[in-house]
Design a protein around this ligand. Structure first.
Ligand SMILES: Cc1cc2nc3c(=O)[nH]c(=O)nc-3n(C[C@H](O)[C@H](O)[C@H](O)COP(=O)(O)OP(=O)(O)OC[C@H]3O[C@@H](n4cnc5c(N)ncnc54)[C@H](O)[C@@H]3O)c2cc1C
Length: 413
């Protein structure tokens, strides 16, 4: 059991610990006490153990070493040690592997090398054997494949049944999935079924070589802090990662890999959902996550009408239209265009931010873009500081000029 206590004769009632606790678990109470020096103090820090998560922030903050924290030693069991290799769920739809899979293979391979294990891709579907070589050419050392008509279209229930069965059989140490629409719902279902932890939407992954814990970093508290989450008592460790957080390896068709074909018996399966029809979203002109150029508008755009200027400029330079939550919440553009923590993560070659201040929740979704151009009236806006090129201007003056020049160059009247 973790133990935490305030050492009464050291607590000066300074309130630093109260401010440092992210969980509101510490309060000052009027308890008269005496310090080691003999000085009388009126206030004492009191920890609410019902709220305390034993994170240790207060211990680090206390200048008087007045808080004592004893954390449980976590034993790594023999059962945990029997889990080996890193798996990437090779999400595919209609035979198209999701690009995030290749990014995860690249990052998983780095972690696997550190842990001295192998990187494997797990491919579920029907008539998908032709995808095995592609996974290997992007770095997978092993490909597990389950090819069955039941798995033709993605459905949570049969996919969860098969992956959970495979995990129990093969015992991977770490499983990575894309934080896609499929990955988000599927990963949580699998984690629950196999009774392990899951960290969603990671932005960085590392391994602790001593404990073999996966250090899963993601934004927390509205993006104001980055939290590193562990699954120290269970294996496998599971994480989902957004598209474009990591870069894929260069495709190399000379790479070799092992292919392990598995057969699952669905005879006793109770699958309650049925695939009826696939309806393609035809509303988005360009897939934001895949675009090389994105022109994004924020509250500075001022209206839905203002977005027509953004769209015209984006069209001319072959880009997609993005937006800040400020613009989406104002109802000027649909949510599908939102970039950021609660929108999409993008990493285009060029990101042009027009009238976007650059709050952290927006930056986490686009800061790994190769080149960032900011157009803003306020030179102090965080986006202007982050940008590769900052243009201090009114976007309604500069965009029409740029549009005019590009049209002239392209010979468009
Ligand atoms: C839990 C949580 C999740 C969130 N998720 C997201 C998210 O996914 N994505 C996201 O974007 N935000 C998100 N937010 C909101 C975020 O905190 C900001 O409120 C939002 O990004 C602000 O949008 P903005 O930059 O467009 O607006 P503002 O902050 O109002 O900035 C507008 C900018 O436009 C400039 N400007 C005004 N007029 C002009 C002009 N004519 N020409 C040039 N510049 C001009 C101003 O100088 C200003 O810098 C989230 C917030 C929370 C709490």
């Amino acid at each position: 059991m973790n133990k935490i206590e305030v050492i009464t004769n050291k607590c000066t009632g300074c309130t630093l610990c109260v401010k440092s606790c992210p969980y509101g678990a510490i309060s000052m109470q009027q308890v008269e006490h005496e310090l080691e020096s003999g000085r009388k103090i009126k206030n004492l820090a009191v920890i609410d153990l019902g709220k305390c998560t034993y994170c240790g922030s207060c211990v680090e903050e206390c200048k008087f070493s007045a808080i004592n924290l004893e954390k449980d030693k976590i034993e790594i069991s023999e059962e945990m040690k029997s889990y080996k290799n890193i798996w990437v769920f090779a999400e595919q739809r209609h035979g198209q592997i999701a690009p995030v899979v290749f990014e995860l293979i690249a990052e998983g391979k780095k972690l696997a090398e550190k842990l001295n294990v192998k990187i494997a891709a797990v491919l579920l579907g029907h008539r998908i054997k032709n995808k095995v070589d592609e996974l290997i050419s992007y770095g997978a050392e092993i490909v597990y494949i389950v090819d069955d008509p039941v798995l033709e279209e993605f459905l949570d229930e049969p996919y969860c049944e098969v992956l959970s069965w495979l995990i129990k059989d093969e015992k991977p140490e770490i499983i990575l999935m894309g934080a896609t629409n499929i990955g988000r719902s599927f990963a949580s279902r699998v984690a629950t079924r196999i009774y392990t932890g899951l960290t969603a939407d990671c932005t960085a992954l590392e391994v602790d070589l001593k404990t073999r814990n996966l250090l899963q970093t993601r934004p927390a508290f509205g993006g104001n802090v980055m939290a590193t989450i562990l699954t120290p008592r269970h294996r496998p460790q599971m994480a989902t990662v957004r598209h474009k957080v990591f870069k894929p390896l260069q495709k190399d068709e000379s790479r070799k890999g092992e292919v392990i074909e598995k057969k699952y018996d669905f005879t006793n399966s109770k699958i309650r959902t049925k695939f009826l029809e696939f309806i393609k979203d035809t509303t988005a002109k360009v897939n934001l996550a895949e675009a090389d150029i994105i022109v994004s508008g924020g509250r500075g755009v001022g209206s839905a009408e203002g977005f027509k200027l953004i769209e015209e400029f984006a069209d001319l330079i072959g880009g997609a239209v993005g937006a800040s939550r400020g613009a989406v919440d104002s109802g000027w553009i649909p949510y599908s265009h939102q970039v950021g923590q609660t929108g999409r993560t993008v990493a285009p070659k060029v990101y042009i931010a027009c009238g976007i201040s650059g709050q952290i929740q927006h930056l986490v979704g686009m800061s790994s873009s190769d080149i960032i151009v900011a157009i803003n009236k306020d030179p102090e806006a965080p986006m202007m500081k982050l940008a590769t090129y900052s243009i201090e201007a009114d976007m309604f003056e500069i965009l029409p000029q740029l549009i005019k020049i590009i049209k002239q160059e392209k010979g468009i009247s």
